[in-house]
Design a protein around this ligand. Structure first.
Ligand code: NAD
Length: 260
């Protein structure tokens, strides 16, 4: 049981790939707080990894959703409308870039690669806000996941830096536009956690070690800590919080220069 109660609330989680996904940590907390969940998986390849987790979370709706595939995201929201007629919260935890862009300099990124990464990692959140708005007639909460590389240069984060910066800016504009409907929009800036997406970033181990050495708490973040913060943002406990980037990174972002 959780301290916070989401009994009767309906939430959509997009971004579970496996049991290491930050979205899965969030889903577990939403579920143990009593929320009813809709969970998506990327494609047939991802399905066998996600379906057992969706079952464990008692998800009422389990559907494929590749945000780059025309119509799939709309179909998810249509299924939610048909089944629940409303929605209380959305948790967006997806990011993607072509391998050559993720591993190459931003200077060399192609227009197509940049556009694809933006569409999947940033525009998809804007589109979810658009589709969620009519279903959140009593208000609601939209949360996305970002990283410190949006704000400062993090070696090897490359194209994802400007893409996450755009995502954080979109959070503020969406919060501004949807506030009058009592829809709150926030981002969680998670510290480095070893996940499938993270394994695509070069020298990720060095980033983990840096967190251990330099973050005020001198440790890595546990996915559960990200999940708990996601639960708080979705709940009425955060009813006054919108347009915010909340850091769950063991304090890493406050450090300027640390001497060793
Ligand atoms: P993950 O690999 O478990 O999750 C990434 C998800 O993105 C996967 O479920 C994948 O299916 C999904 N995805 C990719 N392309 C998609 C598409 N076209 N349509 C729909 N879904 C698509 O890794 P994660 O680390 O849990 O990543 C979740 C989010 O957290 C990402 O936005 C990531 O940038 C962010 N984040 C991660 C860290 C970290 O250190 N792991 C830190 C800060 C922020």
């Amino acid at each position: 049981m959780e301290v916070l109660d989401l009994t009767g609330q309906k939430g959509l989680i997009v971004g579970i790939a496996n049991e290491h996904s930050l979205a899965w940590a969030a889903a577990r907390h939403f579920r143990s707080a009593g929320a009813e969940l809709a969970i998506t998986y990327l494609n047939d390849k991802a399905r066998p990894f996600v379906e057992p987790l969706a079952r464990e979370a008692g998800a009422a709706i389990v559907l494929p959703c590749d945000v780059a595939a025309p119509g799939q995201l709309d179909a998810v929201f249509e299924a939610i409308r048909a089944r629940w007629g409303r929605l209380d919260f959305v948790f967006h935890a997806i990011a993607w870039a072509r391998k050559e862009d993720l591993h190459g300099r931003l200077t060399d990124c192609s227009a197509e690669g940049f556009a694809e990464s933006m569409a999947i990692s940033c525009y998809s959140f804007i589109r979810m806000a658009h589709l969620a708005e009519p279903l959140m007639d009593r208000g609601g909460s939209l949360t996305t996941l970002t990283f410190y590389g949006a704000e400062k240069v993090v070696d090897h984060y490359n194209v994802m830096g400007p893409v996450k910066a755009a995502l954080e800016c979109a959070v503020r504009y969406l919060a501004h536009e949807l506030g009058s409907k009592k829809i709150r929009v926030n981002a969680l800036s998670a510290g480095a956690v070893q996940t499938r997406a993270a394994s695509g970033i070069a020298h990720f181990d060095a980033l983990l070690n840096e967190t251990l050495r330099d973050a005020p708490l001198h440790r890595q973040v546990d996915p559960d800590e990200v999940g708990r913060a996601a639960l708080v943002l979705a709940s009425a406990y955060a009813s006054g919080v919108t347009g915010e980037v909340l850091y769950v990174d063991a304090g890493f972002h406050i450090e300027g220069m640390v001497f060793h």
